[in-house]
Design a protein around this ligand. Sequence first.
Ligand code: UD1
Ligand code: CA
Length: 452
Amino acid sequence: MHLETIILAAGKGTRMKSKMPKVLHKVGGKPMLQHVIDAAKKAGSSREVVVIGSGAELVTEVISGVEFVLQEEQLGTGHAVLSAKKNFEQAEGTVLILCGDTPLLTSKLLQDLTEAHEKSNCAATVLTAKMPDATGYGRIIREEDGGFGKIVEEKDANEFEKKIREVNAGVYCFDVQKLFGALEKVSNDNAQGEYYLPDVLTILKDAGEKVSAFTAQYADETLGINSRVQLAAADKIFRMKKNRELMDSGVTIIDPNTTFIDYDAQIGQDTIIHPNTYIEGKTTIGEDCAIGPNIRFVDMKVGNKVTAQFSYCHEAEICDGVTLGPYVHIRPGTTIGENVKIGNFVEIKNSNVGKDSKLPHLQYIGDTDMGSGVNIGCGTVTCNYDGKNKFRTKIGDNVFIGCNTNLVAPVKVGDGAYIAAGSTITKDVPKNNLAVARARQTNIEVWNDRRK
Ligand code: UD1
Ligand code: CA
């Protein structure tokens, strides 16, 4: 099957009341338009032509791997398709038309529709759905024999038509040349003064062509997003579906209602996700982990048997067996080696922490390369910034750093070295040495008596 797709994404999205084009608003952490493009590609589409207009520049910044055509003025969905006419002069066979604001479409549904269309020898097939609440959608008016009659937009509908719950999903298969032929005949004589794409169906029918309607099994998959309330509803449906897929693949999710896992995230078998957890972007988590409660991971690579709670980690890597939290912030460019323990108010930035090291309480580690088996005392700070430039701290293997140490970078601490608590280290410490960098203690006798 050869399939090409047109995706309409030029509308202002007035009802969103947003500065951003509607189709860039995210569902499951991914722009709605990207969901639609991905579904088309997965359904076997070999070419996607996206019609853009409102906020076109922003759309082309975010979306790639498709052809764009510009609809200068947004005069309606029919007018939008017409702006892609030039791109289809040589085309034949079926063209699939989708809207950029229906993010829950599945590739399976698109395949089923296309197959039904190609078997039927129709000039057009429209996807319909039976919505519990049809408000805002075009209604499907059936013929007496149940065949497709026409589509009436909400704003043009009479009281009787408004009661119809079968709606136009905004998804169509057309014979491409018949589509563009009929589009020229669409007028804007309607309540909104727009050129409606659904009118093409009536024009084709009147010309004696066969037009049919294909009803989606799951209406949810065809939800069109026009407002923020609908956006939240779609996001909820998406989240629940993602959670269900993960549970089906062997992940325990203690409370799906408070677990938010993005589209691209992957989680391994027998990992447990505790409540109030956000797994965002392209995060991957291995097997046998316990994640949460209260975790936010963004674009993280997490190994197996990792335990993490009450923490925020982004654009970093955590290797197998790490224990993390509570209250840890892992910042970009960090790699935490195997079996490391980090907890209780620790921040780590752009650093490498070698395996089996321990950073148990109240540390700031920035721009640091740390070996394995290192023990960092409570309150230790790497002073990596002089107000102008950043410098690195290098700590060897099996180093012991006493509490409340300042390591003023650039500085190196050799393998097996010790640093006395309370030191401010400004010079390199050779391996196996003990560094003491603090004033010696002086005890003044009978001080309290003298004061009196
Ligand atoms: C449209 C359908 C309606 C259907 C619903 C399904 C029409 C006239 N109505 O209504 O029957 O039930 O979708 O969700 O087609 N767009 C452009 N250029 C324009 C206008 C719109 O590219 O000039 C794009 C929008 O960006 C959007 C899509 O077309 O992605 C649909 O437009 P929208 O205004 O949301 O149409 P609805 O009122 O939802
Ligand atoms: Ca819409």
